[in-house]
Each structure stands twice: as C-alpha cells, then as structure tokens.
Design a protein around this ligand. Structure first.
Ligand SMILES: CC(C)(COP(=O)(O)OP(=O)(O)OC[C@H]1O[C@@H](n2cnc3c(N)ncnc32)[C@H](O)[C@@H]1OP(=O)(O)O)[C@@H](O)C(=O)NCCC(=O)NCCS
Length: 211
C-alpha cells in the first residue's frame, strides 16, 4: 500500500468495535457448554473431586428453560464471556427447606471488570422473578460488593465453607428489586454497561475514551 493511501485510510474513522453482550440460557446456546464446563471445573468442581465429564454432566442438567436448576451465559460475538446458575439449594445451617440460589457466577479473567457478572445477575433476577421466586440467595467467599450493589443484603457471615473458607450468605427480595429505581433493577435489554476505562475489544485490547 502506498503512503498516501495509508494516511488516507488512517483519516477514515474506524467503526466502533461491537461491544454488545447478550445474556441467555445455556439451553439456547448449547455450543457454549464445553467452555462453561471447563471454567467451572477449573474454578470449583475439580477441587470438589469431580472429573471434567462429571462437571459437564452437572451443567447439562442445568440446560433448562423454565425450572431449576438452570444456567445462563453471557455471549459476545458468539463467544461465551460469563456464566451464572440458578439453583434450588439446601443450606441447613440457615433454612430447613431448599431456597433459590444464584451460584457459579464466573467471568474469565480476560473479561473481568466490564460489568458482565453484574449484567448476568440482573438477567437472573428477572428470570427468577418471572418464575415466581420471591427471595434469591447468594453465597460468596469473596467480597460481597458485586451483590450488594445489586440490592442483596447480608443474612449471615462466617458460615463454614470448603477449604476453611468463610462464606457470607446474602438475600435479595426479588419483587422489591424489580421496582423502578431499585438497585437490582435496570431496564434490561441485557446489554452490558461498560465503564469507559474498562472497555475492551473482543481481542482484549483496551479502548481509550476517544474510541
Ligand atoms: C466475581 C466475578 C464474577 C466478577 O465478574 P466481573 O464481570 O468482573 O464483575 P463486574 O464487572 O460486574 O463487577 C465487578 C465487581 O465484582 C467484585 N468482585 C470481585 N471479585 C469478587 C468475588 N470473588 N465475589 C464477589 N464479588 C467480587 C468487585 O468488587 C468489583 O467491583 P468494583 O468494580 O467496584 O471493583 C469474577 O471476578 C470471577 O469470575 N471471579 C472468580 C469466580 C468468583 O469468585 N465468582 C463469585 C462467586 S460468588
């Protein structure tokens, strides 16, 4: 390419990279199953003594559309970029009967900090509400910031977890969170609200504020 042609091309505004990320059920994007299974296996299930195949089988059980357990995936440009599951979970330390729990929230390291997990959580809140779930629990060994920002409140701290971890149990009143203006609610087209300094292209490059 000659120099003139090159500089001419540099003046042409480049199209904005497509940052749209959509949340949906794993049942609707079954091709994402191996990726999601690998994430969860490496993050949690291998340490619980499960084989990769057992983790994949567990996720296959979650490929449902209208009843628990179900798994959601965030997808960008046909690539899975996060996951969350909605389970009926027993926590006998706190409740005698099973409760609806948001679990296995995971975003691969290269995609973190772009509000993908927050968007998946909101999507799951809407899904839970549509199924008549009134309270949605979540358990975390990490900082509960992500969940508190979306309206969850702490029920109990320091529950015994695997490998000596201390677990915080939080609850969200699903109906209240869906009221206009409540923290868990946004009018959800399920597009990710990416903070300007954290935008990345699909190949992981940071974008500047001018992009
Ligand atoms: C936690 C996790 C899902 C966040 O994904 P993400 O797409 O980067 O999340 P968002 O961009 O929507 O929100 C980021 C917030 O999550 C919070 N966060 C980070 N690690 C967390 C953790 N282990 N548990 C809960 N929240 C966490 C941060 O405080 C951050 O807030 P900040 O932006 O004010 O710093 C991701 O870091 C991950 O997959 N971690 C490993 C698995 C894990 O710990 N999952 C949570 C199980 S309860």
């Amino acid at each position: 390419m000659d120099v003139d042609a090159q500089s001419e091309n540099e003046d042409v505004p480049r199209p904005r990279p497509q940052l749209t990320t959509n949340c949906g059920l794993l049942a609707e994007v079954p091709e994402c199953l191996p990726t999601v299974a690998q994430w969860l296996h490496c993050e949690w299930y291998a340490a619980r003594g499960m084989s990769p195949q057992e983790t994949e089988n567990l996720l296959t059980e979650r490929m449902r559309r209208s009843r628990l357990p179900m798994c959601a995936v965030a997808v960008r440009d046909s690539e899975a970029v996060g996951t969350a599951s909605l389970l009926a979970y027993e926590c006998p330390e706190v409740h005698a009967d099973p409760r609806s729990v948001l679990a296995d929230v995971f975003v691969p390291e290269s995609q973190r900090g772009q509000r993908i997990a927050s968007s998946l959580c909101r999507w799951m809140i809407d899904r839970a509400a549509a199924m008549g779930v009134e309270q949605l629990f979540v358990m975390t060994a990490g900082p509960p910031v992500l969940y508190k920002r979306l309206g969850w409140r702490t029920v109990q701290r320091n529950l015994p977890g695997p490998r000596g971890q201390k677990i915080t149990l939080l609850v969200l009143d699903v109906g209240a969170s869906r009221l206009e203006g409540a923290p868990g609610r946004r009018d959800v087209t399920h597009k990710i609200d990416v903070p300007p300094d954290r935008r990345t292209t699909t190949d992981g490059q940071r974008l500047t504020d001018n992009d």
